[in-house]
Ligand binder design. Sequence first.
Ligand code: GRF
Length: 206
Amino acid sequence: MKRARVGVLVSGRGSNMMALIDAAQSADFPAEIAVVISNRPDALALETATERGVPAVCVDHKVFDTRELFEQQLDRALRADRIDIICLAGFMRILSPWFVGQWEGRILNIHPSLLPSFPGLDTHKRALDAGVKFHGCTVHLVTRELDRGPIIDQAAIAVRPDDTPDTLAARVLTAEHELYPACLAKVARERINASEDEQAGRSEAG
Ligand code: GRF
C-alpha cells in the first residue's frame, strides 16, 4: 500500500506526535511519520521521536534573523524529505501566509477546543470561565487565518462541575490522541485515492 509521507512539527512535549507515531506503526495506516521537526532544541518530542526510531531534527527559529528565513529552511527540510502532509502537533510558531500557501490543503493542526469556540491560547480556562457544558478538540486544515481552517473532525467531552483547567485538559488530551490519528488517516486516504484516480486518468488518456 502506498502511504503518505508526514512531517510532524512540534515545540514541546509531543504526546500527539507519539499518538501519530503509534498509529502509523500499524501496517494498514495510510501514512508514515517520515520526520519530526522541532523549532526548539530542548523539545522533549525530539528525544521521544528518536527513541522510537523516527528521524527528528531541530530547525531553531532563534538562529534565523527573520521569520521568512526560518520558514524557508523549514520548507527546504520538508521538501528534502518528500513530505506530502504536515501535522502541527503543539507547534508554537504562527506560520506566514507564504508558508501556508506553499502547503495549501496539506497542513493539519490539532486545537484543544471545539472550534470556532476558543481559538488561540488558554482554551480550557476560557471554556470553564464561559460555563460551557461541552468542550473538546478539533482537527482542521491550516489556512491563513489562525485556527479558522476547514474542520476535519471534532471530539466533544462533557465538562464536570468540579473540573479545573488541568483536569479538563487531561481529558481533552486523551480525546486528542484518538482524534488526530483518525483525521490524518482520513486525509491521507483521500490524497492517495486522488493521486491513484489521477494516474488512472492519465493512463486512460495516454
Ligand atoms: C495539545 O493540547 C494540542 O491540542 C495543542 O498543543 C498541545 C500539544 O501537546 N495544539 P503535545 O505536545 O502534543 O503533548
